[in-house]
Design a protein around this ligand. Structure first.
Ligand code: GLU
Length: 279
């Protein structure tokens, strides 16, 4: 049911992206970075094929989606498994992948600089971002919520008022959303989710806000904290690809659909999300 919904939604997103591609034309070809005027630079899809591996920007700070274990050095989570499944399907081997760390703030600049082929990092599809990147179909649906220390008087967004210190992460939709919904609260912004969570644990704020699925990951890390209230936004996640790379967007969408119908998507979903209330 849940996955059907994102596929349907994805179809309209593809239609919108297709329109945008037509509107933007081939603005990138012959750009300063692409060499001599008129020379068409290779598409990202061609580059992936010739280098034989996928370079994906994932989070290193987000339990359940992309978290680096400092002891083993391994990066694991839902987004990481989606990235590996795409590597298997696009370059033939799930190990033909290079993961690079992105944060909410660095992910679009890194894609723009061609440091990564795509962003798979809890990234919400929205109109503003669609001006900067292209998105695939929706592959996960989250909604913004609040994390508090158990016993906190904050039970929902209506309790976030003047004097409430809210912790959030730079470059996330969560900052703008909470400023809109609780304009009198004080928002403190951090570079990444582990720093924000450490600040909450150290008592530097009353609540941490971002997507419920990310907050559930923190509550798993420290059961002294809990997610409260109903989600107060919609955060549909998409894979972001550099603007104009329509062949790669089409390939990824095709493989996301295949993953959904052959059961691989559900396996990954169950592994990471199935045990949380985000389900
Ligand atoms: N999904 C939200 C966003 O894209 C919050 C999670 C994040 O910071 O990546 O901004």
């Amino acid at each position: 049911m849940k996955t059907k919904k994102w596929l349907t939604m994805g179809v309209s997103i593809v239609a919108i992206s297709a329109l945008m591609l037509t509107a933007c034309g081939s603005k990138d070809s012959g750009s300063a970075s692409g060499g001599s005027a008129g020379a068409k630079s290779a598409s990202v899809m061609d580059e992936i094929k010739s280098r034989g591996k996928l370079v994906v920007g994932v989070k290193y700070d987000t339990k359940l989606f992309g978290l680096k274990d400092p002891a083993s050095g391994k990066v694991e989570g839902f987004d990481v498994d989606i990235a590996k499944a795409l590597a298997k399907r696009i370059v033939g081997d799930e190990n033909k992948i290079e993961l690079k760390e992105v944060t909410s703030k660095t992910r679009i600049p890194m894609l723009d600089n061609k440091e990564i082929d795509m962003i798979i990092a809890t990234m919400t599809i929205n109109e503003e971002r669609k001006k900067q990147v292209d998105f695939t179909d929706v592959y996960f649906k989250a909604g913004q919520s609040l994390l508090v220390k158990k016993g906190s008087p904050i039970k929902s967004i209506t309790d976030v008022k003047k004097g409430t210190k809210v912790l959030a992460v730079k470059g996330s939709t969560s900052v703008d959303n909470v400023k809109k919904q609780a304009p009198d609260a004080t928002v403190l912004e951090f570079d990444n989710y582990q720093d924000a969570f450490s600040a909450l644990k150290a008592g530097q704020g009353d609540t941490l806000t971002t997507d419920n699925a990310i907050l559930y990951g923190m509550a798993v890390q420290d059961p002294g904290f809990e997610v409260v209230g109903e989600p107060f936004t919609d955060e549909p996640y998409g894979i972001a690809i550099k603007k104009g790379e329509s062949a790669l967007v089409a390939k990824v969408n095709e493989q996301l659909k295949a993953m959904q119908s052959d059961g691989e998507y559900n396996k990954i979903y169950e592994k990471w999300i199935g045990k949380t209330p985000a389900k």
